[in-house]
Design a protein around this ligand. Structure first.
Ligand code: MN
Length: 230
């Protein structure tokens, strides 16, 4: 094909392999843990809602290394949100929760980095969240672990330490909408495709980070992700 310049594909490494997972889209679930929904001002169970990041917002971090995330411009309030990431291997629409696991290729540890001041302003003004959520390097991510090795994930510890102090610590069994239910809802709105990533939401404890901070995220059955803000 005669491209006018080389096409770019965002990729995330597969754990324990030289294979690469090409990223198609990044979907994110908002307010998907009860205690986080409360800290963001929600009351009661609401239907899941979604936002997106550009595919090339991923910042892949190889196993055993520390990724470097540049502190972004236009914010004074960069927040961490540790999240289980689901990697889709088989597409579909109107996927029933009971069938959802067949569409999962694997899992990764992710950070939904957020310019909270811009997101807050957008909420107040009824404007889109794009600048608050979908900026460059806003999606640090570990290698993807195939579901054939992890099994289906429905519970397990999810934790984030900053400079050695625990900021977020919960269990994925506390997801308001679990992975299967999230896929069911999301696939009503979009045709899921191989290569889609779903950031499934963060537990309570979101807070600001500064240049120099070391973020260490751990998800049981998946692995860890270390990122320094530079
Ligand atoms: Mn999030």
């Amino acid at each position: 094909m005669n491209f006018v310049f080389p096409p770019q594909t965002a990729v995330v490494p597969v754990a324990g392999s030289d294979a690469m997972f090409p990223v198609h889209r990044i979907y994110c679930v908002g307010r998907n843990y009860v205690e986080h929904a409360k800290e963001m001002g929600a009351t009661g169970r609401e239907a899941p809602f979604f936002f997106m990041k550009p595919a090339d917002a991923v910042l892949p971090v190889a196993h055993g290394t520390i990724g470097e995330m540049p502190y972004p411009g236009m914010t004074n309030d960069l927040h961490h949100e540790v999240e289980l990431v689901v990697a889709i291997g088989k597409g579909g629409t109107n996927i029933a929760a009971a069938d959802a696991t067949q569409h999962v290729w694997g899992y990764a540890v992710g950070l939904d980095m957020t310019r909270r001041d811009l997101q807050g302003e957008a909420k107040k003004l009824g404007r889109p969240w794009c600048t608050g959520k979908g900026f460059d390097f806003s999606a640090p991510i570990s290698p993807i672990h195939p579901i054939t090795e992890t099994g289906s994930i429905v519970q397990g510890e999810i934790r984030l330490d900053v400079n050695g102090a625990t900021r977020q610590n919960s269990n994925m069994e506390k997801l308001i909408w679990n992975v299967a239910e999230t896929i069911e809802h999301l696939s009503k709105y979009y045709a899921l495709q191989p290569g889609d990533l779903i950031f499934t939401g963060t537990p309570e404890g979101v807070a600001a980070v500064r240049q120099g901070d070391l973020l260490e995220a751990t998800i049981e059955s998946v692995g860890d992700l270390r990122v320094r803000i530079v």
